[in-house]
Design a protein around this ligand. Structure first.
Ligand code: CA
Length: 238
């Protein structure tokens, strides 16, 4: 039997923690709680949760610093930032710091559950995605059976969202997708507000991991004014 996934809730408003815990437990997830940033960081390090729901405004250490610290330590646990509606800029800043997603307060539990499910780290036992390997000898290999990506044989640790973006684009080589398309196909929710920047930030982070020169990419390319695509026939550099 598969062990339960564990979600760390870092939030200083106890009533919000209570309702998130109740709903996550009902969905079959175990939960851990922290009511300040320092405790959240310590629990993340010690307990290795499968996903973190992270408030921004927290006592002792703000959510952004918790996220940045974990990323600096090489921890790629999925992080969903909980932002207040008046803190629109927080969304993009959170993504820049390595968060995988954000949700704006007040949020519906249905929406939160959907985003948790979408972001929880894939396991080696996850169902195979579409076969998207490029030709033999190519530098980038997507092993769809294990959900892992290798660059010249070295495992690249992608977040769930980065992996889904890469496999979606690679599954449709040379087809250009707009940011709106990608929000709907990869993020699975409707396009709102400044979500274009969410796509841009995720593409940039993906490039930093898979491209030799992120400023001059050869895999995930930009079609200016239109969107992004995966280049099927780029010549491998000698
Ligand atoms: Ca707070």
């Amino acid at each position: 039997m598969e062990t339960k996934k564990r979600i760390l809730i870092v939030e200083d408003e106890k009533n919000i923690v209570d309702i998130i815990r109740f709903n996550m437990n009902r969905e079959g997830y175990d939960t851990l709680e922290a009511y300040d940033g320092e405790t959240g960081l310590a629990l993340a390090r010690r307990e290795k949760p499968d996903l973190i729901l992270l408030d921004v405004m927290l006592p002792k250490m703000i959510g952004f610093d918790v996220c940045r610290t974990l990323r600096d330590e090489g921890d790629n646990v999925p992080v969903i930032i909980l932002t207040a509606r008046e803190e629109e800029e927080d969304k993009v800043l959170g993504l820049e710091l390595g968060a995988d997603d954000y949700i704006t307060k007040p949020f519906s539990m249905r929406e939160l559950i959907a985003r948790v499910r979408a972001n929880i780290r894939r396991t080696a036992m996850s169902a195979p995605a579409a076969q998207t390997e490029r030709s033999a000898g190519d530098a980038l290999t997507i092993d769809s059976a294990t959900g892992q990506v290798y660059k010249r044989g070295v495992l690249i640790d992608l977040t769930q969202r980065e992996y889904e973006l890469l496999t979606f684009l690679a599954g449709h080589p040379d087809k250009v997708f707009s940011r709106v398309d990608l929000m709907e196909q990869v993020w699975n929710y409707g396009f709102v507000g400044d979500d274009a920047r969410t796509v841009d930030v995720t593409v940039r982070r993906l490039r930093e991991k898979i491209e030799d020169d992120p400023g001059s990419p050869t895999y995930v390319l930009t079609r200016r004014g239109v969107g992004y695509y995966y280049a099927a026939h780029t010549a491998a550099a000698p």
